[in-house]
Design a protein around this ligand. Structure first.
Ligand SMILES: Cc1cc2nc3c(=O)[nH]c(=O)nc-3n(C[C@H](O)[C@H](O)[C@H](O)COP(=O)(O)OP(=O)(O)OC[C@H]3O[C@@H](n4cnc5c(N)ncnc54)[C@H](O)[C@@H]3O)c2cc1C
Length: 482
């Protein structure tokens, strides 16, 4: 991603980009879900869906379905939709209803009935607006991590990026402390003016050579491991969404591709050991004894500064939050875009501050998932839901919610909508059922505007019916590609 974005902007000025990777090390090979910013990546490069999606077994994603994060009746699952223009029609009604319910009045305030992407995914449709549909629909993709890496490598090589398969053994610094060269185990030496550290969790240049400190997130994001395995496409087909299913010490993702489903149990080794996590995962998926699973360790945290001297870190080398909400590739995209803008204005410090703030802003949203989830059945969930290690910003968000204040205004006041929009905060907090218990709720009364839910349902269903079934949309792509 980074080589292509830099090449697109800099090739015309004569910059030569080399991509060094080691087939003997390989890639981490997970990370198959994304956010709408990833669509922006392909749009920026001008790569059409028909070009890349069939080659990468990609499918569409309209949002994320959270299951089992709350045991409050009626709130056992909710859908986090990618924000779209059409939802502005019902979003105001949803925000208002949550505020009224937070203030103790009995009105419907579960997010699901209000949003078109939720309906699109649940009805097995693709989030592809037909030509006559008058709104933009934001969406993203699921894809095979290995195939997309290979596709982007070929794409870059066809546009002048040099590809070198070798294993780097050491990093040479000059007298001033800048990176001078990478030295391969086969003896080759690669000098350059600027280096990008995309070496994964190793962070070989930024941490290894430049000694930039790493700030771990473990105090309020407990998960540090994952066990992963593919399964076949289920008989009933798949939906245009990632599923995130809460389990005893973490959660399981379920990412549908066109040829298989990717699954992973993300858990905390403080609460469950790898064998027990594997058993829980196998049981959940119904995996046979011979089915292979892969165990991974996750280094969750971020390096203090992303751009240090003549080195920019991206991807896992730069930091990792944990896979909930699938934000890693979105951060790569925004890092490179901001880097290019800052490079031209020589604004390295502002850039580093903004990237750190982005990590912390996204981290707050993830921490809020665990802090406001509604299950207390294991030590993991009891600790996660009572953990008070939170940023001041998140504390203010949670206070605003429970004091029945205007949450949209609070998100805007703090200027954190650039990380997660007010709709995302409302969906999460309402989706877990963070409302007064039913015994405390009073009838709405004449001072409350009550919306006709049947009317909202007709609007949402009427919009969704314009969207094609997912299998048909994928088939059409394949035919066009052929
Ligand atoms: C469990 C899990 C789930 C995830 N889910 C998501 C998700 O849903 N969505 C999302 O956006 N992200 C997700 N991520 C993050 C995602 O995997 C990464 O952002 C993405 O794969 C990019 O990884 P990377 O290129 O930084 O690192 P890697 O894939 O590890 O690549 C590192 C590269 O550096 C090379 N390299 C390393 N050392 C050397 C050396 N000495 N010499 C030469 N080459 C070297 C390797 O060969 C490789 O090519 C997930 C991560 C984990 C751990």
């Amino acid at each position: 991603m980074t080589a292509n974005l830099l090449n697109r902007r800099w090739a015309e000025h004569g910059t030569k980009i080399s991509l060094i990777e080691s087939s003997s090390i390989g890639i981490i090979g997970v990370g198959e879900g994304s956010t709408p910013q990833f669509k922006g990546f392909f749009d920026t490069l001008g790569i059409d869906e028909v070009e890349w999606m069939p080659k990468c077994n990609a499918t569409y994603k309209a949002g994320i379905e959270f299951e089992g994060w709350s045991d409050k009746p009626g709130y056992e699952r909710y859908f986090h939709p990618f924000p779209t223009n059409v939802d502005l029609y019902t979003q105001g009604q949803f925000f208002y209803s949550t505020r009224v319910r937070r203030a103790g009045r009995d009105v419907p305030a579960h997010p699901d009935p209000f949003f078109v992407p939720t309906r699109i995914a649940r009805e097995g449709r693709a989030p592809l607006a037909p030509p006559n549909f008058p709104f933009n629909i934001g969406y993203s993709y699921h894809f095979d991590a290995h195939l997309i890496g290979a596709y982007l490598r070929e794409y870059g090589m066809a546009r002048g990026i040099e590809h070198i398969d070798t294993r780097i053994g050491s990093v040479e610094l000059d007298e001033a402390g800048d990176v001078k060269a990478l030295v391969a185990e086969d003896g080759r030496r690669f000098e350059a003016d600027f280096f990008v550290d995309a070496s994964g969790f190793r962070a070989a240049i930024i941490e290894g050579a430049l000694k930039e400190p790493h700030r771990p997130f473990g105090e309020n994001l407990f998960n540090d491991r994952a066990v992963v395995a593919p399964t076949p496409i289920p008989k009933g087909g798949v939906q245009a969404c990632t599923k995130s299913i809460a389990k005893s010490a973490g959660w399981i993702w379920n990412i549908p591709l066109s040829n298989r489903v990717g699954n992973g149990y993300v858990y905390s080794s403080r609460y469950i050991d790898p064998d027990a996590a594997e058993s829980e995962f196998r049981e959940h998926l119904g995996l046979g004894e011979n089915a292979e699973v892969r165990h991974l360790q996750m280094k969750c945290g971020r390096i203090e500064r992303t751009w240090v001297r003549n080195c920019l870190a991206v991807g896992l080398a730069q930091g990792f939050l944990e896979p909930l909400e699938a934000t890693a590739l979105h951060i790569v995209m925004s890092t490179v875009e901001s880097f290019l803008a800052s490079w031209e204005g020589e604004k390295r410090d502002e850039f580093n501050t903004a990237i750190a703030a982005r990590y912390e802003g996204i981290r707050d949203y993830l921490v809020c998932h665990y802090r406001t989830a509604q299950r207390r059945d294991t030590d993991y969930w009891r600790d996660a839901t009572s953990n008070n290690i939170m940023s001041d910003s998140l504390k203010r968000i949670i206070n605003a919610w429970f004091r029945a204040e205007d949450l949209e205004q609070e998100v805007t006041r703090q200027d954190i909508g650039k990380y997660y929009m007010p709709v995302s905060w409302h969906c999460m907090l309402a989706g877990y059922g963070n409302f007064p218990g039913p015994e405390l709720l009073k009838p709405p009364g004449p001072d409350v505007v009550q919306f006709d839910m049947a009317d909202i349902d007709r609007f949402v269903a009427g919009c969704a019916m314009n969207f094609p079934p997912l299998p048909e949309a994928l088939e059409r792509l394949k035919e066009e590609a052929a």
